[in-house]
Design a protein around this ligand. Structure first.
Ligand SMILES: C[S@@+](CC[C@H](N)C(=O)[O-])C[C@H]1O[C@@H](n2cnc3c(N)ncnc32)[C@H](O)[C@@H]1O
Length: 377
């Protein structure tokens, strides 16, 4: 356990007089840098080595409490290019997916690599820039970790998850927290030592790079090894490409299916459902997060009219402005109108009154390939 700030940690400096209103998030702490607080600056050197919740004084004589930011505070206060899902809502979405990873079983141990299988992706978008002090530090740390587990290989292939788009990296970080434990033996090189991989896709390089940076700087890069980033026009395109070929053919048990969970936070997610559902293992979740309930309806209609092997198991509204995990279950289905005998649409909150705004989550699950799906005309 550590209770003091170290080099490359990130700090939230809260004004002592208005801690809930005036606060500033630092960059990764480095000797040469300063934190600009509006009311003067604080040299990073005045923070490094101080205990959490210490008081520091800015160059303009204002007092600040230096605290470790929560994930939510970290996400909200980082520079953004895309609109993130509130971190606490993102955590809830991960809970709704119910994904779980296990502590991996080790296949072989020995004193060196001889005789052990090794697989490495042909290319990787994710790179460290060794000219950057933080990246250089992370690279050293990963190499040290790798050398301590270099003689291990896992019994099972990694569980693979996919999200689109990466955006600000808020959902990414929350998914990574759920899968991180599976990578306790990952040596940073051999994919057969990975227990889990999140594939995070975006078509916008600027967004992807900000999302990557946010993952990298969180908790000194603790979740960085758990994810692969991909710049691509869409999940459909990525699934057809060379990168995915490696992950689905070399790194999965069966060539067709290789995904244990999918998360979509992107426009027109329904267009991605056919191919993604084919890549999903039986009963695994496909989560859609969208701003309006009609977009969940579009997904359901697409599934029902195209016979996609997915079933919509739950529809929730994340109530607006809370950013704190409030949610409401919705009723979304076709139903027979008794009076006319025609089919109508039920689209309403299951309890309580309508709250305007907010986002909606649709939880789909993969049906068996031989399931008889009742399609809509
Ligand atoms: C609302 S943001 C995602 C925010 C992210 N989930 C988070 O929590 O920070 C939507 C992202 O989807 C990306 N996007 C939109 N259409 C896409 C597509 N067809 N393929 C890949 N990414 C796409 C955008 O570039 C954008 O970064």
């Amino acid at each position: 356990m550590k209770f003091a700030f170290e080099k490359f940690d990130i700090v939230l400096a809260r004004s002592l007089s208005k801690p809930g209103h005036i606060f500033h998030l630092s960059k990764p702490l480095q000797s040469s840098l300063q934190l600009n607080c509006g009311n003067g600056t604080i040299a990073h050197d005045d923070i490094i080595g101080k205990n959490y919740r210490s008081l520091v004084v800015s160059s303009n004589d204002h007092k600040y409490i230096i605290v470790k930011p929560t994930l939510e505070e970290y996400i909200v206060n980082r520079r953004r290019e895309a609109q993130p899902i509130y971190s606490l809502d993102a955590a809830l979405i991960v809970q709704l997916s119910d994904i779980l990873v296990h502590h991996p079983q080790i296949k072989q141990t020995g004193s060196n690599w001889c005789g052990l299988e090794s697989l490495q992706a042909p290319s990787r978008y994710k790179r460290l820039n060794l000219g950057d002090p933080f990246d250089n530090f992370l690279n050293d740390k990963l190499q040290q970790n790798g050398s301590s587990v270099h003689s291990i290989s896992l019994v099972e292939r990694p569980k693979q998850f996919l999200e689109c788009g990466t955006g600000h990296g808020s959902l990414t970080l929350n998914i990574l927290k759920a899968v991180h434990g599976a990578n306790c033996y990952y040596d940073g090189v051999n994919d057969l030592t990975r227990g889990a991989i999140l594939h995070s896709l975006d078509k916008n390089a600027k967004h992807l790079n900000v999302g990557m940076q946010n993952v990298k700087h969180y908790e000194k890069g603790i979740l960085w090894p758990d994810v692969e980033f991909h710049l691509t026009n869409s999940p459909n395109d990525w699934l057809e490409g060379e990168d995915a070929k490696y992950y689905r053919e070399r790194l999965a048990q069966s060539a067709n299916r290789f995904l244990s969970g999918v998360f979509l936070d992107m426009p027109s997610p329904e267009l991605q459902l056919s191919k993604l559902s084919e890549a999903l293992y039986l009963d695994c979740p496909l989560i859609v997060f969208v701003p309006s309930i009609t977009q969940i309806w579009d997904c359901l209609s697409f599934v029902k009219t195209n016979g996609v092997k997915l079933t919509l198991t739950k529809t929730y509204e994340l109530t607006p402005g809370s950013g704190g995990g409030g949610m409401r279950e919705w009723d979304l289905r076709r139903s027979l109108i008794r009076e006319s005998g025609a089919e109508g649409i039920v689209m309403r909150p299951k309890v309580g009154t309508r709250v305007v705004g907010g986002g909606f989550v649709g939880v789909f699950r993969k049906l068996p390939n031989d399931a008889i799906v009742k399609t809509w005309d």
